[in-house]
Design a binder for this molecule. Structure first.
Ligand code: PSU
Ligand code: MN
Length: 342
């Protein structure tokens, strides 16, 4: 059976670059496996601001049709703030940077029947021609390959509660330790262990900063987790200066040893979901996940869905509001970064 597969595989001439390390970055690799939309390519070429967006939010983070409407409204927020949005997804074996609305509808309708694609899933999906929504880790990789430095999302993955037993630590954190992209998020959800997540980011060498009035690291639905981030910035310009120094000036000197930046934006107070309701829902969701033996990559989508059901959609509304806000902030930062560069 394996020879059969092999025979199907080798004659396909466009695949020959897989085994040839020297052609990894060549044009043929790009057109085979990395597809950058014309609008995004043009923006990057002319040094216009670009903001990358992930798609696990579409496939596994929100129910239909909210996943679809939010994907479009988030792109609009990026545009309203002067930048070009680049939603990333794996479509039929290609890592796409800048998917069109038709593809977004398709991802939203298929949602969790598609693969949740993190770094470890890419080799299999690309070689098998499959499709899926990219997590923060895979989206950071795609952004870096395309040359995008700013990426907005809702929340990044983190160290799960009980990780001392389960070893469940999101690949997003190791990605933030090795890929030079700045991620704009509302911190991490309190379904996770926030202090351990901050410790892990320190180990990874990720520069973590809050965006706003103080260093209180946000807990996604609520603006304050009670744990302090190492730094606080107050403006788009200040964020762009940090990113520009690290990624554009020191990056080349670091020669492949770069790490990412995490900018944590608190949810606007008028949208913050009421603390107790959310907290109770999170505790109940964690209990159900444990009772039902949910493990591995299913954990995060399971908890998100449960919290949404238990809060009767209140958490979803907060989720949408904070992602839109993060996209606006990211658009502003990317615009400043482009100005600093020119
Ligand atoms: N946190 C959220 N919403 C999400 C995710 C995280 O509040 O949709 C998604 C992101 O795509 C993130 C991924 O990269 O879950 C992390 O999954 P895991 O915990 O399995 O690494
Ligand atoms: Mn995990």
């Amino acid at each position: 059976k394996s020879t059969e597969k092999c025979c199907l595989y080798t004659p396909h001439s466009s695949r020959s670059s897989i085994n040839n390390k020297s052609t990894f970055h060549s044009k043929s690799f790009q057109s085979d496996f990395l597809q950058i939309s014309e609008e995004v390519r043009e923006a990057l070429h002319t040094k216009k601001p670009v903001v990358a967006l992930e798609s696990t939010i579409i496939t596994h983070g929100m129910p239909y049709p909210h996943n679809f409407s939010t994907a479009l409204s988030v792109e609009k927020k990026v545009r309203d703030n002067g930048a070009v949005p680049a939603t990333v997804a794996v479509m039929r074996g290609k890592l796409c940077v800048g998917v069109c609305d038709t593809d977004i509808i398709w991802l939203a309708e298929k949602n969790s029947s598609l693969v949740k694609v993190s770094r470890r899933d890419l080799p299999y999906l690309l070689s098998q021609g499959l499709s899926g929504g990219t997590t923060v880790s895979a989206t950071m990789m795609a952004s870096h390959m395309a040359g995008i430095q700013v990426f907005a999302t809702g929340g990044v993955g983190g160290v799960h509660r009980g990780a001392e037993n389960s070893f469940d630590i999101s690949a997003d954190l190791t990605e933030l330790g090795r890929t030079p992209v700045s991620v704009i998020s509302s911190g991490v959800k309190s379904i996770l262990d926030i202090p351990k997540t901050l410790e892990y980011l320190e180990t990874q060498g990720t520069c973590v900063m809050t965006f706003g009035k103080d260093r209180n690291f946000p807990a996604f639905f609520s603006p304050e987790s009670g744990y302090q981030a190492p730094y606080n910035i107050i403006s788009h310009l200040e964020a762009a200066q940090v990113i520009g120094l690290w990624l554009n000036f020191l990056g080349p000197l670091l020669a492949g040893l770069e790490s990412g930046i995490l900018i944590a934006v608190p949810i606007p107070p008028e949208f913050a979901a009421t603390g107790e309701l959310i907290q109770n829902a999170i505790n109940e969701a964690l209990r159900l996940a444990s009772v039902n033996n949910v493990t591995g990559k299913e954990v995060t989508p399971y908890l998100l869905n449960m919290v949404n059901q238990l809060t009767k959609g209140e958490s979803l509304m907060a989720n949408i509001a904070l992602i839109e806000n993060n996209a606006s902030v990211a658009g502003g930062i990317a615009s400043c970064l482009a100005q600093l560069r020119s």
